[in-house]
Design a protein around this ligand. Structure first.
Ligand code: GRF
Length: 174
């Protein structure tokens, strides 16, 4: 797993009993790291000679821990070629919108600003673009009158916490 923040999706995979080998983060203060007893490590950009060097080190560390499927759950950096080449067709992300609509880091706020009546959660394969890889699964989530970014994001996360473990379980079985 790769995380940057809260780690509720990581928790959903733990609770689903999925075999998590290791958890890495781009932030050493990510609260998600405290949720697991498997090996964890942080790879802060400032500690490396650029993004590609950081990503290569992170990929090596994950491989060393036996990882063969990488799950991004709130991981907030783009992954560069040295990382993606190390895990071909084996990096997945969960995103709080019905992609390809509303990619990027502010998807929930942008959906509210656009006045959409329907949002959702998407699990997709990761490529070098912003939330642009092939879609594996999607589920719709209604936007309700009076929703704030917080209330809508919470409703989306409830769906993410079902959808992500389901897709990861299927990928582990292939
Ligand atoms: C999720 O909404 C996910 O879709 C997005 O970042 C959020 C991460 O939440 N990419 P958490 O850290 O799993 O609680």
């Amino acid at each position: 797993m790769l995380v940057s923040g809260e780690g509720t999706n990581l928790q959903a995979l733990v609770d689903a009993g999925l075999p998590i080998a290791a958890v890495a983060s781009n932030r050493r203060d990510a609260r998600a790291l405290a949720r697991v007893s498997v090996p964890t490590a942080s790879f802060e950009l400032g500690d490396y000679d650029g993004r590609e060097a950081r990503d290569a080190a992170m990929a090596d560390w994950l491989r060393h821990h036996g990882v063969d499927l990488v799950v991004l759950a709130g991981y907030m950096h783009l992954l560069t070629k040295p990382f993606l080449d190390g895990f071909p067709e084996a990096v997945v992300n969960v995103h709080p919108s019905l992609l390809p609509s509303f990619p990027g880091a502010h998807a929930v706020e942008e959906q509210l600003a656009a006045g959409v009546t329907e949002s959702g959660a998407t699990v997709h394969l990761v490529d070098s673009g912003v939330d642009s890889g092939p879609i594996l699964a999607q589920e719709r989530v209604p936007v309700l009158a009076g929703d704030t970014a917080e209330t809508l994001h919470e409703r989306i996360k409830v769906v993410e916490h079902e959808l992500l473990p389901k897709v990861v379980r299927e990928l582990c079985a292939r």
